[in-house]
Design a protein around this ligand. Structure first.
Ligand SMILES: [Zn+2]
Length: 474
């Protein structure tokens, strides 16, 4: 990696080393760096990006009015709709070099948000990915990692399972076609070396469209691949992890040799974690990231909340645009301090979470955030109590006879519940319906049905809760 840093424009290696050093700074030192980056980004965005220029003009503000993080609530929030309406010219910096741009979008989301990264942001994303895998999963460059992406990849990323061309065949193609200086071929080569040689990433095929429950021989195939590859890190949709874990338990197989199991795309409730963990030799670990931003936070050996990467992001938890006290649930806002091509400032990412009230005992000074699911999967009752995706998952996976579920709030407080019964289990639908209605608070009405499987959304991801009262969160 140091050699690559000397021979190319890539800043990956020095960035990564800087990030590792940053983690050892005190909270005050980290905040000071974060503030410098933030103030600089704000000036840049208001000067060069039409959306932010307009936002500040409408609010009657200049960047000089924002003197400290206490002034943060005065900075206008950015929504997905605003970005989609004005993409790309209205949301990108007029002084950014378009030749450097790369378009990225969240995999497996139907209503996609496209973002633009320049060269510097791409380097930062790569370095942060290694930082997150190292801090949360003990991963080192050169070890094997594996992933099972959502089903959407069949459509977006090419053939199933992404059996990508190898590095050497690609070089041979370049030689044959005399494409040594072709930009695209060099960029492809770089990607292949990165995936195959540096990250040694194995990509397994997704479950497919039939839903959460797939035949045993398909599950056996994942078990065999994991025993063969022995990855340091396995990343997959939580549903996939859960089904593989249950399969291992049902068949009484020895735990799978994976050092760290990490969910992809959404969070996992505490009870699900325990269930998943018993089927692997290693631990359940977690980080928080997306394609638009890269990794933003990751856990530590305490495995209690995710430490924010303060040199790269400002993460806020707010209700009605005001910060909520630590421990209180609110909407998550993200400011990306390293994307200067398309500055994202106080972006409403659509997740709910809360900050930990206490500093962590692991020694890292950065605050910890708990991400508890998507805002649209959060049910709010008439008294204003929130039932997050995580809470509901824990509740349902604890009910006897329930293997899987989907709770759909059709109209406020009118729920439809789909239940996949545990094979050979005892499911009393009537009593379950009664208990669920009680759990969901006064005025909840529940209709219960059984199903064979829960199907994924068009996006390839799964939603187990669909709320129509989430906007009550302010
Ligand atoms: Zn910690």
């Amino acid at each position: 990696m140091p050699a690559v840093a000397h021979l190319t424009h890539s800043r990956f290696w020095p960035l990564y080393r800087g990030m590792r050093r940053f983690e050892h700074l005190s909270l005050d030192e980290q905040r000071a760096v974060q503030w410098l980056h933030f103030a600089d980004l704000l000036r840049h965005a208001v000067e060069h990006v039409p959306l932010h220029k307009q936002h500040f003009a409408d609010a009657g503000l200049t960047p000089d009015n924002i003197q400290s993080f206490d002034d943060l609530p005065r900075v206008p929030i950015t929504t997905k709709a605003q970005i989609q309406r004005q993409f790309p010219d209205g949301v990108t910096a007029s002084n950014s070099d378009k030749a450097n741009w790369q378009y990225v979008s969240t995999r497996g989301t139907a209503n996609r948000l496209m973002a633009i990264h320049d060269f510097a942001k791409r380097d930062a994303v790569r370095a942060t990915a290694v930082r997150a895998s190292h801090l949360s999963g003990d991963y080192r460059l050169g070890k094997v990692s594996a992933e099972i992406p959502p089903n959407i990849c069949n459509i977006v990323c090419g053939d199933e399972g992404q059996e990508l061309e190898g590095v050497l065949p690609h070089v041979w193609t370049m030689v044959k076609n005399k494409k040594f200086r072709d930009r695209q071929s060099i960029s492809d080569l770089r990607g292949l070396i990165e995936r195959g040689w540096i990250f040694r990433r194995r990509t397994y095929p997704p479950f497919g469209g039939q839903g959460t429950h797939i035949p045993d021989d398909r599950l056996d195939d994942y078990v065999a691949r994991l025993r063969r590859d022995r990855p340091t890190i396995l990343k997959a949709l939580p549903t996939y992890l859960l089904q593989i874990a249950r399969h291992v338990q049902r068949k009484n197989l020895p735990p799978l040799p994976v050092h760290a199991v990490k969910p992809m795309g959404s969070s996992v409730s505490p009870k699900m974690r325990t269930l998943i963990e018993t089927s692997f030799t290693g631990h359940y670990r977690e980080d928080y990231g997306s394609a638009e931003f890269g990794d933003m936070a990751c856990d530590c050996p305490q495995r209690d909340g995710l430490h924010v990467f303060m040199d790269l992001f400002v993460i806020e938890v707010v209700k009605d645009n005001k910060p909520v006290p630590p421990g209180t649930l609110g909407k998550v806002l993200i400011t990306d301090l390293t994307n200067r091509a398309m500055p994202m400032i106080r972006y409403e990412i659509g997740d709910v979470g809360r900050f930990a009230p206490e500093p962590c005992t692991c020694g890292r000074a950065s605050p910890r955030v708990y991400i508890e699911g998507r805002l649209q999967d959060t049910v709010i009752d008439d008294e204003g109590n929130a039932y997050t995706n995580d809470m509901l998952m824990d509740y349902f996976y604890d009910q006897p006879g329930v293997d899987d579920f989907q709770l759909i709030e059709k109209r406020p407080r009118r729920f439809e519940l789909l239940v996949v019964p545990t094979p050979g289990g005892q499911l009393d639908l009537e009593s379950l319906t009664r208990r669920v209605a009680e759990f969901l608070g006064r005025s909840a009405q529940v209709q219960c049905f059984t199903a064979k499987s829960i199907r994924p959304e068009e996006s390839g991801k799964f939603r187990f809760v669909k709320s129509c009262t989430f906007d009550r969160l302010g």
